[in-house]
Write a protein that binds this ligand. Structure first.
Ligand code: NAD
Length: 525
């Protein structure tokens, strides 16, 4: 069989960077088997032991941070500072955080019982086994590494399928684990496109964490349904930014600019739709356009500091063009950008774009854009802003800008999104303590946070008799066991009354009736 390869190019220059061999679907099953074997031993290690391995990995990352930034930057065309700030530093923090935190979150937990008080319950957590991670190209290091950190500390082995757009970052990730001396098979990286990803889903892993586009997410979920494999789906966003008339205008301009244009707008949680109070719209738009025009686009390199890097996929540029043409045809106005910009032959860039007079039915407002385009809509009231912000199929993140924190919180609490940030935006993927994930068609399940960690383990509920008695209940066996009788029925009727009765007096009477029924049943028993 001819071995397939994936060739990697720098989207900012077109330069050939290297290649990797594709892991054909038939090989994936073998790798899953190795991974399962490794998971058994890894899962038996203590949190302390696994934490020490993570610490070793952290030190390798810190030592090789500049090299990692360089590989991320060359394969995605993003400025190196974005690689360091949004990808490497958060991962180093996540490794530090989970090393200490995981044992606390996953220690056994007592569940207080309010009714059958002679019994006790507690929860224990144990690893899922083998976790498959399917990753996108836009944050090719931070996204998989953040999830891997949690899955590993929880005791699972990992199969990572990086995006075919960023295989060299995937290769680098594999080398970091190797250098940190992780046991064979605990972390494996599979290279390939959709067919390798599909093979991973069908290969009998215990969970799939998928981050990518909504249409792929749908296919992933359908495939996972075949084998009843649990999935977490982290999908697209179309994040609204609500700017109240009492907002700090300069802050809002800078926030919109960074939230919309960092990573060249190829951020799931980037600002895309701006709803601004009409009163302050004019100075805001004027300042936003002025600042957007001044952003430095270009090829990230040592001697050339840029603000906005390249667009990774050619088809993204086609999408921007068609969404903008649709918006213009319906009366929107492009105030700056709106066109491809070429810094270097074969490089792909798109000039930061600000569009006004947008309406809710435009594709620019309804569909995911995933590029450096801000659509600004002027609103007459907070109610209108909230309605428009919520009028979307997607619900990943949102932001609210106001000097009045209580007002901002009231607005935030009405937004349909997984995360709402006040007077800031887009950055909370880096806050590993907080949950990350969307609502509506932005996906489901959470990564990061205590809740996210618990998605990487099985929950085991254990129940026993208080005092450890072997006999089941007060008198030996459970009162709901055989034999059934009319008296037993009356007992459960009385119990149902008692459970559904309120007020001291009525509840006392229902309790007495229940004791009476219980006594009668016991005599017959
Ligand atoms: P994509 O859906 O094209 O690909 C994502 C991954 O899925 C890739 O590794 C790809 O090879 C794999 N894949 C493709 N077809 C598959 C199949 N049939 N079965 C299994 N795997 C398959 O997405 P992308 O272009 O890499 O990333 C951009 C998208 O990701 C955007 O929509 C963005 O909003 C989203 N995203 C979401 C988050 C989040 O946290 N919610 C974060 C980053 C990106």
């Amino acid at each position: 069989m001819i071995e397939r390869t994936i060739k990697s190019h720098n989207p900012a220059t077109g330069e050939y960077l290297g290649e990797v061999h594709v892991d054909e679907p038939e090989r994936v099953k073998e790798i899953v088997a190795l991974s399962r074997k490794a998971a058994r031993e890894w899962g038996r290690r203590t949190f302390l032991e696994r934490g020490d391995s993570l610490l070793g990995l952290q030190q390798v990352i810190v030592r090789r941070a500049d090299e990692i930034a360089e590989v991320i930057s060359s394969e995605t065309g993003k400025p190196r500072i974005e690689a360091m700030a949004a990808e490497i530093a958060p991962v180093v923090y996540a490794l530090r955080y989970w090393r200490k935190r995981a044992a606390k979150v996953l220690k056994p937990k007592t569940i207080p019982l309010r009714f059958l008080v002679y019994k006790k319950s507690y929860l224990t957590f144990y690893p899922l086994g083998v976790v498959g991670l399917i990753a996108p190209w836009n944050y090719p290091f931070a996204i998989p590494m953040g999830d891997m950190t949690m899955a590993l500390i929880a005791g699972n082995s990992i199969l990572l399928k990086p995006s075919e757009q960023t295989p060299l970052v995937g290769k680098l990730i594999a080398s970091l684990f190797k250098e940190a001396d992780f046991p064979e098979g605990v972390v494996s990286v599979l290279f390939g496109g959709g067919d390798t990803g599909a093979a991973l889903i069908g290969a009998g892993v215990d969970k799939i964490v998928f981050t990518g586009g909504g249409s792929t997410g749908r296919r992933v979920m359908a495939m996972a349904a075949e084998t009843l494999t649990p999935v977490t789906l982290e999908l697209g966003g179309k994040d609204p930014m609500i700017i109240c008339e009492d907002a700090d205008l300069e802050l809002a301009v800078e926030g919109a600019l960074w939230g919309g244009m960092s990573n060249a707008g190829q951020t799931c949680a980037g600002v895309k739709r701006i709803y601004i109070a009409r009163k302050i719209a004019e100075p805001f738009i004027e300042a936003l356009v002025k600042r957007a025009e001044r952003l430095r686009l270009g090829v990230p390199a040592d001697d050339h500091v840029v603000d906005v890097g390249a667009i990774v996929l050619e088809r993204q540029i086609d999408l921007y063009r068609s969404q903008l043409a649709d918006a213009e045809a319906q009366g929107a106005k492009i105030l700056c950008g709106g066109r491809e910009w070429s810094a270097y032959h074969k490089g792909r860039f798109f000039a930061p774009t600000v569009v006004v007079h947008v309406q809710g039915n435009m594709r620019l407002v309804r569909e995911e854009t995933f590029g450096p385009i801000l659509a600004v809509d002027e609103v007459d009231s907070v109610e209108e802003a909230i309605d428009k912000a919520n009028d979307s199929e997607l619900g990943l993140c949102a932001s609210v800008w106001s000097r009045d924190i209580n007002r901002a919180k009231r607005i935030a609490e009405r937004l349909e999104a997984g995360t709402v940030v006040i007077n800031d935006c887009t950055f909370t993927h880096a806050l590993v303590e907080t949950p990350w994930g969307g609502v509506k068609k932005s996906g489901f399940g959470r990564v990061h946070s205590d809740e996210g960690l618990k998605e990487f383990v099985n929950w085991r509920h254990i129940n026993y008799n208080r005092g450890g008695r072997a006999g089941n209940t007060l008198w030996g066996r459970a009162f709901w066991w055989f034999p059934y009788s009319p008296a037993k029925y009356r007992l459960f009727r009385a119990l149902t009354d008692w459970l559904g009765t309120y007020g001291w007096w009525s509840r006392g009477r229902a309790f007495l009736a229940m004791v009476k029924a219980f006594w009668k049943m016991k005599r017959i028993h």
